[in-house]
Unconditional design. Structure first.
Length: 129
């Protein structure tokens, strides 16, 4: 996709997108945990997930957020779900739309996963209020 760009340029773009989507506080906290051991992994995330996939023109960020919430719910990835609730709000989803994503996911991924997602979303909303 971006063959003309250097890895460094893709990383920088990825960091910009990551900050826009997840917010500076989350990214700063995650970056503070960077060590020699996990630095390559964080570089990979910034370049590939945020610089390449989240930055593609085929889907808007609202749609990407809906898909991400549904997939994180379905796979039970609790640790990633809460930051992506914030990301979904940053990308323009309403609480009502987030609720609908979780309800729709319940139908196809299971009630226990959706139940957990509702609890996690409620925690985020309470923190925001």
């Amino acid at each position: 996709m971006k063959n003309e760009q250097t890895q460094s340029e893709i990383h920088a773009e990825g960091m910009t997108v990551r900050r826009e989507v997840l917010g500076d506080a989350h990214v700063d906290e995650a970056n503070a945990g960077t060590t020699d051991f996990n630095a390559d992994f964080f570089d990979f995330i910034n370049r590939y997930a945020w610089g390449e996939i989240w930055n593609r023109p085929g889907l808007d960020r609202r749609t990407r957020s809906m898909l991400t919430l549904a997939l994180l719910t379905a796979r039970g990835h609790r640790e990633e779900f809460k930051p992506h609730i914030i990301a979904a709000l940053n990308n323009g989803l309403t609480r009502e739309e987030i609720k609908e994503v979780i309800l729709h996911t319940a139908l196809y991924a299971g009630l226990p996963a959706a139940n957990t997602a509702f609890h996690l979303a409620a925690e985020v909303f309470k923190e925001l209020d």
